[in-house]
Design a protein around this ligand. Structure first.
Ligand SMILES: [Zn+2]
Length: 177
């Protein structure tokens, strides 16, 4: 850790805004995914930015995950409610571009998915994914890669259903995007 010389004039003006933005970020970031409550929207990587407008409105910029996922609306409403409950005038801005990819799921998010029994998405580049349409999916329980896709859709459209041949357990795989 190094110490920084802070430009005092610039800092005083923006201090209150920075603190509010930090607080609003923490409130929004803690909102859980409606499907996997141990996962927050920060873990999913969909909370892009918190902006505070000149008239004091907190604008949460959120990228939808899979656009067909009904969770998107639920997440936007939950963020709005959490920020409103904290006393902020709130607006939600849906950020379509750049489009969210599963690569934005944080390492913590990947760990939580696995703990929940869902195989986290592969972190390959999109071009590599196009070459290998069926990814090697490791079982979230025993880490075996002797797994077989049972169906393209698991508990939700965002997930595929797999079965592990090593431990015989069925599990969901969070599909790559
Ligand atoms: Zn297994």
């Amino acid at each position: 850790m190094s110490t920084h010389t802070i430009k005092k004039n610039a800092c005083v003006v923006s201090m209150a805004e920075t603190q509010h933005r930090q607080r609003a970020w923490e409130i929004a970031a803690a909102v859980p995914d409606p499907e996997i409550p141990s996962l927050t929207i920060e873990d999913l990587g969909i909370l892009r930015r918190i902006e505070i407008t000149s008239n004091g409105v907190v604008v949460a910029h959120i990228s939808p995950t899979y656009s067909a996922c009904p969770a998107v609306m639920a997440i936007e409403e939950a963020v709005e409610q959490a920020l409103t409950a904290a006393g902020y005038r709130t607006e939600i801005k849906r950020v379509i571009s750049p489009a969210w990819t599963t690569d934005w799921i944080t390492d913590m998010g990947r760990k939580k998915l696995k703990d929940y029994g869902i195989a986290p998405p592969d972190k390959a580049s999109p071009s590599a994914r196009a070459l290998f349409s069926d990814p090697v999916v490791a079982c979230p329980r025993c880490d075996s890669t002797r797994t077989e896709k049972v169906s393209e859709f698991g508990s939700t459209a965002c997930k595929a259903h797999y079965k592990c041949e090593a431990c015989n357990e069925p599990f969901d795989y969070f599909k790559c995007l």
